[in-house]
Unconditional design. Structure first.
Length: 747
């Protein structure tokens, strides 16, 4: 049962939801966007289409037609090497788009059959829609030459997004054709009885010796407002999302066995569940969506890529991949990472409201979590634990558009449990002073109370305590040069338990700038850049923690080659000792053909041995290769190698290897195998404390996926883990079999 504090938080969550609904019932403000170009009338049609990449319906004879006349990258608003047409129309329920992508050599087209969102290196086209005409973000619908689709939220504060829509593509004798049908129920747009004005860009990516980006309009690289330069569409009168309701029932089963006494014990069943859940989505206004879920399956079938956790100071960051949290995720983004949904590890139920009306953007969610993870930040390291209690986590976000492309916002987060709470609130804003200059800020305050056991076991403050966090930045960017200033401060008592801020008790300032040279697409170089910066970090008592100067050089050229190198020289202070901090890092890659992509990253230089508080020398290499064997089979090979040497000798060497093999039978069905091996070898004679000389692990996963759309899915998978050390060879420690069925019932 919920404790008293959780009950209070549930009440506050209801108040937050009511506040969000109240904001949307307020009188709407006028749109901020102003059409700097005459809008183009998009025709309304009454007939539907069959999405088969054959533009033979009468709809396409009546459609608005654009030519994509500008190469915008790497060429700067020059004539493109190929011709591309985009055809646009709409019905009462759908936006319709057709692309004719001409190519003098169709055999050179790069296109694979993959899972959705897995084709961004292919020949593809995209439709970007600024449905609010506020010139701040876009809904992006992307399709490769074989009809594999992707979608995302574009421009500032964007990110991953999954929508239900349809597209198809086919390669023809003179290029390829793509056809799209996008339901209005899958977008958000302004409420209007008559005509609406939307911003639009159509984009084609042509990956050859260089990756040509071709667009609908010329882009001024010295104007940092991308959609302020877009073409405008007028129309959409009578466009409706319908009832805009979606029910997503799920059924999932998992059986996990682990050894009862490693390594010799027999396997016992640790978990055996057969569960059903449901998620509902209701777009009660064209621009506002309410989501609710009960007993959801929040699992992520995409395995996290392993990261080295040896000789690290702070907690590692992993990206979010769960659909419930990806919906409207950009609404919660701020300069300080005060919202990090992976903190909510095992939700029981959740509710979310996201949307925009006029210049008002609101995001709200509340989640009852069965697992409460805590991160304890410090100026020189972080620690973590889990509480054996349920908590209720609530976030309320509001942002108000100002002027052409500025905004001001507020954020409140609240996490409540038994004898525990963490509450955060503050303001943030972005002021675009000119088309090349912007000022950003964020101010947050927190009020926290931990259980007595946390105070005693992790040396955290007793009782309730407070703290603040502040971020101020100034950026100046043009096509050829840029510079920036930033100041950040996080008090020792600041906590953001629904965010990811693993460092506290410090001040940080930096200044930097650079110059970019832009070349022609057929040059041996397309882009050259040189930049430099200086940063200084202090403990709040004035002690320097880190300071140094850095320089960067970046190159991009033919065969999609890139080479980046960075040098750093400074001093680092740890555990009362000053260390030299000088190192060099590089990052280079090449795509010699559409079949092969090669990347290698590396670092060499001074590195502190944090475990023993002494200087060391680190070498790290990260090679990566991706091989496409025909249209259906992809092989990925990844490796990370790191070693640290100290005056007494080699301290450790660490290796992570991963192999991923994916065979896509169709655009909707694939079979994937992952094998991931981790091996740490430590020199116990050099460590100043007892430690195992060898630790190793092996993870494997086999997954069959059938995905009709992001919510109508079938997954069948098996995974297991092996562990070992200097005395025990790799021995299976656990194994899991899981199945999930989900269905999107759209009404």
């Amino acid at each position: 049962m919920l404790g008293h504090s959780s009950t209070a938080s549930l009440q506050s969550a209801a108040v937050g939801l009511a506040a969000g609904l109240t904001l949307f019932s307020m009188p709407l403000v006028a749109q901020n966007g102003t059409a700097s170009k005459p809008p183009h009338r998009i025709p309304r049609v009454e007939t539907e289409i069959r999405v088969d990449a054959v533009l033979d319906e009468d709809v396409w004879q009546r459609a608005l037609v654009f030519d994509l006349n500008y190469e915008v990258e790497p060429g700067e608003n020059i004539p493109p090497p190929v011709r591309t047409e985009v055809l646009l129309a709409y019905s009462e329920t759908h936006l319709l788009a057709g692309f004719r992508a001409h190519d003098p050599d169709p055999s050179a087209i790069i296109a694979r059959i993959t899972d959705r969102d897995g084709m961004y290196d292919d020949d593809l086209v995209a439709l970007r829609l600024d449905t609010f005409n506020d010139e701040r973000r876009t809904f992006d619908f992307i399709c490769n030459a074989l009809g594999v689709q992707g979608d995302e939220i574009g421009t500032h504060g964007g990110g991953a997004w999954d929508a239900i829509w349809d597209c198809d593509g086919q390669i023809t004798g003179d290029g390829y054709v793509v056809e799209m049908a996008i339901p209005f129920s899958s977008m958000r747009f302004q409420k209007s009885e008559g005509d609406q004005i939307w911003g639009v860009d159509a984009v084609r990516s042509l990956p050859r010796a260089v990756k040509h980006q071709i667009g609908l309009f010329p882009r001024d690289r010295s104007d940092n407002c991308y959609m302020c330069q877009s073409e405008k569409l007028i129309g959409f009168a009578g466009a409706t999302p319908g009832r805009n309701m979606e029910l997503d029932p799920t059924a999932y089963s998992v059986v996990t066995q682990e050894r009862d006494g490693f390594p010799a014990g027999s396997f016992r069943t640790r978990e055996k569940d057969l569960e059903a859940g449901i998620t509902a989505r209701w777009g009660f206004r064209p621009s506002v969506t309410l989501n609710a879920t009960v007993n959801p399956d929040f699992s992520n079938v995409e395995a996290d890529v392993a990261q080295l956790d040896i000789n690290t100071q702070f907690a590692l960051y992993y990206p979010e991949g769960r659909p419930f949290f990806l919906e409207g995720a950009s609404f919660f983004a701020t300069p300080l990472r005060a919202v990090y949904t992976r903190t909510l590890a095992d939700p029981i139920w959740g509710m979310k409201l996201t949307g925009k009306e006029g210049g008002n953007t609101v995001g709200f969610f509340t989640v009852h979590d069965d697992l409460t993870n805590l991160l304890f930040p410090g100026s020189q390291g972080s620690d973590m634990t889990s509480l054996g209690q349920r908590t209720l986590g609530t976030v309320l976000r509001y942002r108000r558009d100002l002027g052409r492309s500025s905004n001001i916002g507020a954020l409140v987060t609240d996490r409540e449990g038994t004898d525990y709470y963490n509450r955060v609130g503050g303001l943030d804003g972005l002021w675009r002073v000119t088309s090349t200059d912007q000022i950003g800020f964020q101010v947050l305050g927190s009020h926290t109370r931990y259980p007595e056991s946390v105070h005693q076991d992790f040396n955290q403050p007793a009782g309730s305590f407070t703290g603040g966090a502040y971020d101020l930045s100034y950026f100046h960017r043009t096509r050829s040069h840029d510079w920036q200033l930033r100041y950040r401060q996080v008090d020792r008592g600041f906590r953001s338990d629904l965010g990811f801020m693993p460092k506290a008790g410090y001040r940080f300032g930096e200044v930097g700038g650079g110059h970019t040279w832009n070349g022609d697409p057929d040059n041996w170089w397309n882009t050259l850049r040189f930049s430099a910066g200086y940063g200084h970090e202090w403990d709040l008592d004035g002690t320097t923690l880190d300071q140094g100067a850095s320089i960067w050089f970046n190159y991009a050229g033919l065969a999609q080659t890139f080479f980046n190198v960075m040098g750093h020289y400074g001093q680092l202070y740890y555990n009362g000792t000053e260390f030299d901090d000088a190192w060099m890092a590089f990052d280079m890659g090449i795509r010699p053909s559409g079949l092969l992509f090669l990347v290698v990253r590396g670092t060499y230089g001074q590195r502190v041995d944090y475990a023993n508080s002494r200087p060391g020398t680190r070498i790290q290499l990260d090679p990566y290769a991706e091989l496409n064997l025909g249209r259906h089979l992809t092989l990925g090979l990844y490796h990370t190698y790191e070693r640290l040497d100290v005056d007494e000798g080699r301290l450790y060497s660490a290796n992570i290897s991963q192999t991923r093999v994916v065979y896509s039978f169709t655009r909707r069905v694939f079979l994937r195998a992952i094998l991931q091996y981790v091996h740490y070898n430590r020199n116990t004679d050099v460590y100043t404390f007892d430690i195992d000389p060898i630790s190793k692990s092996l993870f494997s996963q086999l997954l069959l996926s059938c995905k009709i759309n992001p919510q109508t899915v079938f997954y069948l998978g098996y995974s297991d883990n092996y562990a070992g050390d200097h005395e025990i060879g790799l021995t299976q420690s656990d194994r899991t079999l899981f199945v999930k069925i989900g269905y999107a019932w759209v009404m």
